[in-house]
Design a protein around this ligand. Structure first.
Ligand code: ATP
Length: 359
C-alpha cells in the first residue's frame, strides 16, 4: 500500500476549456479509506483517472510513497480498479475470475498455485461467494457479477491502492448497505489504501475515514464524517452533507448577536465587524421548538415524517429554515424556535470563520 501525494495537480481537457480540475495539493496517507464526494461534473472521475494513470494531468506531479509516478502507464502503477459496471470473463468460473489478476503476475512477484488458491478462497469467504465459486460468470445476476469485480480488486495484496468508481451503482438497494459494510470491514482487516468515488453522501460517509468533498474542480474540504457535520469549512459542504443539509441564513453581525432580517440570535462569542457576505449556519438538528423569550417566530410550510423524526420546513422571515423535530413532540400552531448557539457557524464569503466549538 502507498501514501498518495498530489503535488499541484491540475487538469484541462483541452486548451480552450478551463480547468476540469483546479490546482490542488493533498497527501492521502498509507492505508486510509478516502471517498471523493461531489455532484456530477465536479471532477471526481478526472482525479481518479489521474491517480490510476488513465489520464495524464496537464500540470503537477503524482507521487506514490514519494516516488513520482506521473508519467507511468496504469500497468506500472500497481493499482486495482473496480468500475461502475462489472468487468469479468463470462466463460470463466467465479474462482477463475478471482484468480486471474493473481495469475498475471510475473517475475519475483509471481505467486505459486497454492498461494493463489489461498487468496481466492479468502476473497470468496470475505464476500460470501461460496455457493457460486464454481459457476460460470455468464449466468450470474448483475449484483453477483459486481461482487466478483469487487473481489478481483480486493484479492490482490501487493497493490499501491484500490480505486472504486461508483462501484455500487448496479447493486440492488438492499444489498448496497451490506456491501458497504463488508468493504469497511475488509478495509479494517487488510488496511488497503482505498479511494472511492461517489455522489452519494451515505455511501461516502459510511465507507470512508476521510471524505474529500469536491465542487467545480476543487476540493472544498477533507474531513471525517464528524468534522463535515460539525464544522463544514464551506457553506456548500454544510448544505451538501446532512439530510436535510445545514440551514444557511444571511445575517448581519453586531458583537455577540446575529441579525437575520429583524430577528436577533445570541451567539456564543463576539465577532469583529466583517465585510463581504456573512451567513449563519445551523444544522436542522440544533434548531429546537421553544417558546422562551429569546425564541424566534417561524411559519411552517410543510412537515415530512421520515420515521424516527419529522422534518419541519419553515420560514424565518424571508428565509427557509429546516427543523428536525422528535417523533413524540407536538408541533404548535404558532411555533417559535431557538438555535443551540454552541452549534452555530459563521461564514464569511462562504468560508467558515475558524474557532473551536465549546464542548
Ligand atoms: P460524474 O459524477 O457525472 O461522473 P465527475 O465528478 O466524475 O462527474 P468528471 O467526469 O471528472 O466529473 O468531469 C469534470 C469536468 O470535466 C466536467 O465539466 C466534464 O464535462 C469535463 N470532462 C470530463 N471528461 C471529459 C472529456 N473526456 N473531455 C472533455 N471534458 C471532459
Amino acid at each position: 500500500m502507498a501514501k498518495i501525494t498530489l503535488n499541484n495537480i491540475a487538469h484541462s481537457y483541452d486548451s480552450n476549456s478551463g480547468h476540469a480540475l483546479k490546482p490542488m495539493s493533498h497527501e492521502w496517507h498509507d492505508g486510509g479509506a478516502y471517498a471523493l464526494l461531489g455532484p456530477s461534473g465536479c471532477g471526481k472521475t478526472t482525479l481518479l483517472n489521474i491517480i490510476s494513470g488513465l489520464l495524464q494531468p496537464s500540470e503537477g506531479q503524482l507521487l506514490f510513497d514519494d516516488v513520482d509516478v506521473s508519467t507511468l502507464p496504469t500497468e506500472q502503477r500497481n493499482i486495482a480498479q473496480v468500475f461502475q459496471f462489472p468487468v469479468l470473463y463470462d466463460t470463466m468460473t467465479v474462482a477463475e475470475n478471482l484468480a486471474f489478476p493473481l495469475r498475471n503476475r510475473r517475475g519475483p512477484d509471481k505467486l505459486s498455485n497454492t498461494e493463489i488458491q489461498q487468496r481466492v478462497q479468502q476473497a470468496i469467504t470475505m464476500l460470501g461467494l461460496e455457493a457460486m465459486a464454481n459457476r460460470k460468470a455468464r449466468g450470474l445476476s448483475a449484483d453477483d457479477k459486481q461482487k466478483i469485480s469487487l473481489g478481483r480488486g480486493l484479492v490482490r495484496t501487493d497493490v499501491n491502492a484500490i480505486l472504486f468508481d461508483e462501484p455500487l451503482t448496479v447493486i440492488d438497494p438492499h444489498l448496497k448497505w451490506q456491501l458497504r459494510t463488508q468493504l469497511k470491514q475488509i478495509h479494517r482487516q487488510f488496511g488497503h489504501t482505498m479511494i472511492y468515488v461517489t455522489h452519494d453522501q451515505t455511501e461516502a460517509l459510511t465507507f470512508a475515514d476521510k471524505v474529500v468533498v469536491m465542487l467545480a474542480g476543487e476540493v472544498l474540504q477533507t474531513g471525517t464524517p464528524q468534522e463535515l457535520f460539525d464544522s463544514p469549512q464551506h457553506t456548500f459542504v454544510g448544505k451538501f452533507i446532512g439530510s436535510p443539509g445545514m440551514n444557511i441564513l444571511p445575517c448581519e453581525l453586531q458583537g455577540t448577536q446575529a441579525l437575520i432580517d429583524a430577528h436577533r440570535v445570541t451567539l456564543a462569542r463576539e465577532y469583529p465587524s466583517l465585510t463581504g457576505v456573512i451567513e449563519l449556519g445551523i444544522r436542522p438538528e440544533f434548531v429546537y421548538l421553544d417558546d422562551s423569550e429569546q425564541s424566534l417566530p417561524v411559519q411552517i410550510t410543510g412537515v415530512e415524517d421520515v420515521g424516527r423524526h419529522r422534518i419541519v420546513r419553515a420560514m424565518l422571515g424571508s428565509h427557509p429554515l429546516d427543523i428536525v423535530v422528535p417523533e413524540h413532540q407536538t408541533i404548535p400552531t404558532a411555533p417559535r424556535v431557538l438555535f443551540d448557539n454552541k452549534r452555530i457557524n459563521i461564514y464569511q464569503n462562504s468560508q467558515l470563520l475558524g474557532w473551536e466549538h465549546p464542548s
